[in-house]
Design a protein around this ligand. Structure first.
Ligand SMILES: [Fe+2]
Length: 217
């Protein structure tokens, strides 16, 4: 028997399918990582340095964009909790310590290698398009969490034992990713995106940026 979906359950369905597609994009990105054992010291240093150049100064800024863009109090509260962790535990400092201990503190060359892709993500975030920004941050958290074992391996190969950043983010981002998809559902319920909107616009821009963190052009 055909059971028509209520508007709520069709929304749940579409959030679930968006989450599924996002997970597939993350897994594809993780599968495409170069074999860490084959990398030279300079290649390892470069990946850690470019990752740091992007994350240290931008993660909190972009999560703040999501708070500003969110329209429901429930979403804002969840996103703020995430920001509280970042600020209270000084995650940018954790990352800086991680990069320094791996002899991979970013140089001007590392910053410039991802400058154009980073600019595109910043401009996208500045448009504060609620659903797209929240989805982009869900993708970002999910990617970060799955990337941590690889990043930690590169740092160990660089002779580092400073792993607080990768230890913390391999665990706390699982919860943060789940919360971001709850935020996505809440925001889509109050402001459903246009049928022809490219919800993955920010995800695509951020994916390209991450690809160039891994393999600079
Ligand atoms: Fe963090």
């Amino acid at each position: 028997m055909y059971v028509p979906l209520s508007p709520e359950s069709s929304l749940e369905l579409s959030v679930a399918s968006i989450e599924e597609k996002t997970t597939a994009i993350i897994d594809e990105l993780i599968d495409s990582l170069p074999d860490a054992k084959q990398l030279s010291g300079e290649e390892r240093r470069g990946i850690i340095a470019r990752y740091t150049s992007v994350l240290e100064g931008n993660f909190i800024y972009w999560m703040t964009a999501a708070v500003i863009a969110a329209k429901t109090e429930q979403s804002q509260a969840m996103l703020l909790e995430n920001l509280v962790d970042e600020v209270r535990d000084a995650h940018p400092l954790m990352l800086r310590k991680f990069a320094m201990a791996a002899h991979a503190f970013p140089t001007d060359h590392d910053f410039l290698a991802v400058h154009e892709d980073l600019t595109r993500v910043r401009q996208f975030m500045g448009r504060l398009s609620t659903v797209k920004v929240v989805l982009t941050m869900g993708f970002f958290e999910g990617f970060i969490q799955k990337f941590m074992p690889y990043l930690a391996y590169l740092a160990r190969q660089q002779g580092s034992t400073e792993m607080e950043y990768t230890d913390v983010h391999g665990v706390c981002d699982i919860e943060h990713t789940e919360e971001l998809f709850k935020v996505l559902a809440a925001e889509m319920a109050v402001a459903p995106p246009e049928a022809d909107a490219d919800l993955f616009e920010g995800v695509s821009l951020l994916r390209t940026l991450i690809e160039h963190v891994i393999r600079p052009t």
